[in-house]
Design a protein around this ligand. Structure first.
Ligand code: SAM
Length: 380
């Protein structure tokens, strides 16, 4: 597919180039934030599987530079117009959310960069640096990545013997995806391993109350995954941003209110603290469960304790997470083709891949001095 026809068939690909984002994925995070207000009160973030870096760009612009996008930017603009034209005519228009996701539509530029923000981004691929962001090249499924991450988060306060962050983070993002093979079951399996690795890292660094947002592929047993997540988060929802093609099995789990089980300690050997059993989501337990002990602490907090594991036998560990479409209806439809003006100039991507898997093949072809299919027999 040529660049121009891709522009036509993928509005978000075209917009990303026009608006300075390294990848169209930026819109997914912005639309998730529109729905869930992900960045409120957040100063420490880990962005897993971050290359080429459009999510990190969003983090940098919102958290460090204090810029606003989408509805927040529109509201700020309206506020300014209103105060500029005190008593003037009401020229408010409908929010053009997609267009307002442009960096140019961001805040006034009056805000100073924030120095109390810490963002660490990790990917297998090298990532072109971004202002104020620590980037690591590492495999999130490898145990050696945990100490690397902990050191990057707290360089002056790093304890090599510990598996948890000394200053925990507010938000862990993971947009990890394997190179898709097209074999659905295999792709879903590899994706679930990435998700498990991301969750494992999140459990080591999140603070109680923290959030975890990760890409999932919705396979047939995905509700078991939701139940696992529900065991350690107060709220688990599944979201499909408008910029994610409806035809793709991709969605995002948005987990809020990290609530580590009592006595939970992050561990690489026993990541979910589950032993050989899957912990059951607190909300999946019936309040009338037998063997339940209630007590009120000195601070007036009600604690509920389940006396024996056997009580869990009658409990259905499956749990259906609420599903939310996010992104305003005025946003582009990721599956639609759009007419472009005749004089449309297709732009180059903002950030060409740093180490694409086809790089070596291109080098070999160049040294051989050939083009596609130029073998001695085909050339004749
Ligand atoms: N969120 C990114 C952005 O906005 O630019 C896009 C992420 S891209 C869809 C998926 C990324 O997952 C790829 O860059 C890939 O290298 C990374 N990835 C896949 N497996 C990984 C692993 N085991 N460890 C670290 N990164 C991984």
């Amino acid at each position: 597919m040529g660049k121009s026809s891709k522009d036509k068939r993928d509005a978000y690909y075209r917009l990303a180039k026009e608006q300075g984002w390294r990848a169209r994925s930026a819109y997914k995070l912005l639309q998730l934030d529109e729905e869930f207000n992900l960045f409120e009160g957040v100063t420490r973030v880990v962005d897993l599987c971050a290359a080429p870096g459009s999510w990190s760009q969003v983090l940098s612009r919102v958290l460090i530079k204090g810029e606003k996008f989408g509805r927040a930017a529109w509201e700020e603009k309206q506020q300014k117009q209103l105060s500029a034209s005190l008593g003037g005519s009401d020229n408010a228009s409908t929010p053009q959310l997609v267009e307002d996701l442009a960096p140019e539509a961001a805040g006034s530029g009056e805000t100073l960069p924030r120095r109390d923000v810490k963002i660490v981004s990790i990917d297998l691929q090298p990532m072109t640096p971004l202002d104020g962001i620590t980037t690591l090249r590492a495999d999130i499924t490898h145990p050696s990545t945990i100490p690397l991450l902990l050191k990057a988060l707290d360089p002056d306060d790093f304890d090599p013997a510990s598996t948890s962050a000394s200053h925990p983070v507010d938000l862990v993002l993971s947009d990890g995806a394997p190179d898709v093979t097209g074999l659905h079951d295999l792709d879903i399996y590899i994706q679930s391993q990435l998700l498990f690795a991301a969750l494992n890292l999140a459990l080591c660094v999140l603070k109680p109350g923290g959030k975890f947002v990760a890409k999932i592929f919705r396979g047939k047993d995905v509700d078991l995954l939701y139940a696992q997540l529900k065991a350690v988060f107060e709220r688990v929802q599944v979201a499909k941003p408008r910029s994610s093609r409806a035809s793709s099995i991709e969605a995002f789990v948005v987990c809020e209110g990290f609530q580590p089980p009592k006595g939970f300690a992050a561990s690489l050997d026993n990541p979910l603290g589950a032993g050989t059993r899957l912990p059951t989501a607190p909300s999946a337990r019936s309040p009338k469960s037998a063997g339940q002990k209630r007590s009120i602490t000195e601070d007036g907090v009600i604690e509920v304790e389940f006396e024996s594991e056997d009580d869990d036998e009658n409990i259905d560990a499956r749990w259906i997470a609420p599903f939310l479409a996010c992104g305003d209806l005025s946003a582009y439809d990721a599956d639609a083709s759009y007419h472009l003006p005749k004089d449309h100039q297709s732009l180059d991507p903002v950030q060409p891949p740093t180490a694409p898997p086809y790089k070596r093949a291109l080098e070999l072809r160049r040294t051989a001095g050939g083009g596609y299919g130029k073998t001695s027999s085909s050339a004749s």
